[in-house]
Design a protein around this ligand. Structure first.
Ligand SMILES: [Zn+2]
Ligand SMILES: [Zn+2]
Length: 353
């Protein structure tokens, strides 16, 4: 009996300790996973897509990886959140504005599973991505409608498209995924256009969702009426670059979204946008401002990740000015300082890593 009382006492003490830790975390504005929150970050990568999802299971999903030049922005964003591994990396389709920084992400982070549609490309960036996947030794899954990524209790993440083997447009091969957490749901469409949208509606999938990542940066040939009528999103996020040459988002798309009373959030106006869900309610961070990497921040001085130049044999912090001038092909990434030194690299005298 005494022992039991002692046990109950221990449990209460433990709970108190855990609670006080949580309070500390939330006052920091840190990860916020203490409330088993789902967090979705639409990272501002200009005219491209990159979406980070922090699952309530403490696992990470990355959907797409911006253009080639976005590697710094993406890595800074992930590093600020202390993310070291990505459990699920979804590459919606092989266009450069979706896989551009995938090789960097793959060499910099531990990636477990990669999902891609069964379509290839002749582009250099696609070849580089495939090579990086082979080097990372991650599991590559050629996904299509019906592929289940996560299915556990109140969390599910499944693939709703592509539904066909062949399309005339690469965009139509986009992996479309639907994430459900409790009573809240999110639809990520890559660059899927009206052909794939109609297939999803016809296939009879549950596609009704609280939030829609608007297809193809708000282009006219996506977000068709029949699709919108089935999704009926309360929130719509458009990942799009300011003053882009495509005229995205298209006025017709915006008026279709307006007609169904969706609240529209655009990365060209708000910068990165964070959305969270506790399983019952969705919160949108409307005050989101463009994400500007701040190299001088003290935090970066403690970063343990480095980029080496295979020509100069110097290694740098990712935000060192020399890194921005470095050719991608000359870069070698290190997860720690000892690795760099063991491989014959010397610290840069500017950033002093
Ligand atoms: Zn595309
Ligand atoms: Zn795109």
């Amino acid at each position: 009996m005494k022992k039991r009382i002692l046990n109950i006492f221990t449990v209460i003490m433990l709970l108190l300790v855990i609670t006080s830790c949580s309070v500390n975390l939330s006052t920091d504005g840190a990860l916020g996973s203490e409330h088993k929150e789902l967090r979705i970050h639409f990272i501002d990568v200009g005219q491209a897509d990159c979406i980070l999802i922090e699952l309530p299971t403490d696992e990470e999903v990355l959907i797409d990886a911006g253009n080639r030049e976005d590697a710094g922005v993406i890595m800074n964003y992930l590093n600020e959140l202390d993310i070291e591994d990505i459990e699920y990396f979804i590459l919606t389709h092989p266009h450069e504005d979706h896989i551009g920084s995938a090789p960097d992400v793959l060499s910099y982070y531990d990636v477990d599973k990669i999902y891609m549609p069964d379509v290839s490309s002749d582009s250099q960036i696609y070849k580089k991505t495939i090579l990086a996947i082979q080097n990372e030794d991650a599991e590559l899954i050629k996904a299509k409608a019906g592929t289940s990524i996560i299915d556990s209790g109140n969390l599910s993440f499944e693939v709703l498209a592509p539904n066909s083997m062949w399309y005339s447009e690469t965009n139509e091969y986009s992996l479309v995924t639907r994430l459900v957490y409790g009573d809240t749901s999110f639809l990520f469409t890559g660059d899927a256009e009206s052909v794939s949208e109609l297939e999803m509606v016809k296939a009879g999938y549950e596609i009704n969702s609280d939030l829609l990542k608007v297809g193809h940066h708000g282009g006219e040939t996506s977000t068709s009426q029949v699709f919108l009528d089935a999704v009926t999103p309360k929130y719509a996020v458009i990942s799009v670059g300011k003053g882009n040459s495509y005229g995205h988002p298209h006025n017709k798309t915006l008026s279709r979204l307006n007609a169904i009373d969706a609240n529209v959030y655009r990365t060209d106006e708000l910068g990165s946008i964070t959305v969270s869900s506790d399983g019952s309610h969705i919160k949108i961070d409307e005050t989101a401002k463009p994400y500007i990497p701040q190299p001088s921040e003290e935090k970066n001085a403690n970063k343990t990740k480095y980029i080496g130049n295979i020509n100069s044999l110097k290694f740098h912090y990712p935000d060192c000015s020399s890194v921005s001038n470095m050719k991608d092909t000359n870069k070698k990434l290190f997860k720690n300082r000892a690795d760099a030194i063991n491989q014959g690299f010397e610290p840069c005298s500017i950033c002093e890593p």
